[in-house]
Design a protein around this ligand. Structure first.
Ligand code: C2O
Length: 533
């Protein structure tokens, strides 16, 4: 194991990723941020200097943070944000995990202004995988993109009197770039637009195989991605390696990662479009997106520049607001999901709560970050010790805007997530990978029958046998998912919708795992000092 050190400076830059000039939050002057690559077992050290006008954090999406919960980077939950002008060091090991991850700011809506980057963890198993399936490894960041700063868009959303008015993206980006037709902005638009913006190009050599690691770093769009003429083989989703699944087109929701194998086995004298459809049917708002089809070029060596005749795979599929079918994904490393010890339900919708309109409500609570006294600090201080129940349940010691579910013992938890809203929501669980036990397009969970025997009879074989494991899953409109996880990672872990507008509207709960272990911790001084302003 090695210690890998990165020096990051976050600052505002003027940039025009798709030709439209705007302020972008960059790391070391780059957008997207630098690629971090480590080996399994390594220690990752990131010195982050904050030259932004506002406080910030970095979250390492998908990392377990065993015994380093305070390095999770979540404002108001695991740390106070890093004030402008200060340097803070993230420092943790990655002993057991590997695959495709990413990092992003976890402070308000900052990440969609640019504070994102890929985090790849290599492992010995990957060497075998590579021998079998691919010659080259390529990370591809995809995202929706706004021409306005997120803070203003958020204010507009929360003040709109209509939770269905999420800001609609102006464009999509592949690898931080895309074309935009400047003529759609007239003189008075207030935007400076350069018409020479370019699409990303990925060069391939004939008859070589490429692992394309897609990461959706966007605000809220689910994309459907295809490459003309080429069948793709899915081999990874959210860092779980799966048996190769051939597809023409795959879905990737916000914060999810999908690796596919591209075999460059088509005519080498032409090029092919990679197509990324923004599914506007998934947006509640009717606002038009200017260009929903985001393109980049797969360019064979020695070929002509413009794609000529090729099969556009997208016609073969309907646009849907769904995950890739999780039951088709079969993990290579087999696991039998253990039986659940306890059952917990989270139901959510948008409703009139403490904040009247435009706030999300999850089991009756609307999350508001407690930026000066994070949940973890409160849990360690033991302020609420008397309220930490012996049995699993909501800990009443915390303020009502911190929906903290205490899980006092090492147990297997079944978590039912029930969506009473019409939109689809990509939920992410910090510090964990969960088993996807069941998903449904029905609105109501079948309480009346014995769920578990029902699951057994509806799946072709034992539903606990090797279910898909992920860290981010889409809960479709008016439907539910059943997730299972082992409560064995002490800490306070966010569980939230990764749609940035919904998270900031309060669609977040927190699990406090093993509070007795947490109480024995001392927060390292440099982390604790962030709360002294
Ligand atoms: Cu990608 Cu709460 O995070």
């Amino acid at each position: 194991p090695t210690t890998r050190v990165y020096n990051f400076t976050a600052s505002e830059i003027a940039a025009y990723p798709d030709g439209v000039n705007r302020t972008v939050l960059a790391i070391n002057g780059q957008f997207p941020g630098p690629l971090i690559r480590i080996n399994q077992g390594d220690r990752l050290v990131v010195h982050l200097t904050n030259h932004l006008p506002n406080a910030t954090t970095l979250h390492w999406h998908g990392m377990f943070q065993n015994d380093t919960n305070w390095m999770d980077g979540t404002t108001g939950i695991t740390q106070c944000p890093i004030p402008s002008g200060q340097t803070f060091t993230y420092n943790f090991t990655v002993p057991t995990q590997s695959g495709t991850y990413w990092y992003h700011a976890h402070q308000s809506t900052q990440y969609i202004d640019g504070l994102v980057g890929p985090l790849i963890v290599h492992s010995p198993e990957e060497v075998q995988l590579q021998k079998q399936y691919y010659d080259f490894d390529q990370v591809i960041l995809v995202q929706d993109w706004y021409h306005g700063l997120s803070a203003g868009l958020l204010d507009g959303f929360l003040a709109s009197g209509n939770e269905n008015a999420e800001p609609v993206p102006d464009n999509g980006l592949i690898q931080g770039t895309n074309y935009f037709n400047c003529s759609s902005y007239d003189e008075g638009s207030g935007y400076t637009c350069y018409d020479n913006s370019t699409r990303a190009t990925f060069a391939v050599e004939n008859n070589h195989r490429y692992r394309l690691r897609f990461i959706n770093t966007g605000a809220f769009t689910t994309f459907q991605i295809s490459i003309d003429n080429h069948t793709l083989n899915v081999i990874e989703a959210d860092s779980t390696i799966v048996e190769p699944l051939p597809v023409h087109r795959f879905e990737i929701a916000t914060a999810q990662r999908v690796s596919v194998i591209l075999n460059a086995n088509q005519s080498s004298t032409t090029n092919y479009w990679m197509r990324m459809e923004m599914n506007t049917d998934c947006y509640a708002a009717d606002n038009p997106v200017l260009d929903t089809s985001v393109l980049s070029l797969i360019s064979y060596t020695n070929s002509t520049a413009e794609p000529t005749s090729s099969v556009d795979w997208k016609d073969a599929y309907d646009l849907i607001c769904q995950d890739m079918n999780n039951t088709l994904l079969v993990p290579v490393a087999e696991q039998q999901a253990p039986p659940a010890d306890i059952f917990y339900q989270l139901s959510f919708s948008f409703a009139i709560g403490d904040y009247a309109l435009d706030r999300a409500v999850i089991n009756g609570s609307t999350w508001v970050p407690n930026k000066s006294d994070p949940t973890l600090n409160q849990a360690i201080a033991g302020i609420h010790a008397s309220n930490i129940s012996e049995t699993a349940g909501v800990s009443t010691g915390f303020s009502p805007n911190q929906y903290v579910i205490s899980l006092p013992t090492i147990q297997v938890v079944d978590l039912l997530v029930q969506n009473f809203d019409d939109g689809s929501h990509p939920f992410h669980f910090h510090g964990h990978v969960f088993w996807v036990m069941a998903t449904s397009t029905e609105q109501y969970f079948p309480w009346s029958s014995d769920l578990y025997s029902q699951l057994n009879s509806t799946s072709s074989n034992d539903y606990t046998k090797n279910p898909m494991r992920r860290d981010t899953i889409t809960v479709e409109g008016y439907s539910w998912v059943l997730l299972r996880f082992r409560n064995d990672n002490p800490g306070v872990w966010a569980f939230h919708c990764h749609n940035i507008w919904h998270m900031e509207a309060g669609l977040m709960a927190q699990f406090m795992s093993l509070p007795d272990v947490i109480k024995s911790w001392e927060i390292p001084a440099d982390v604790a000092n962030l709360c002294i302003v």
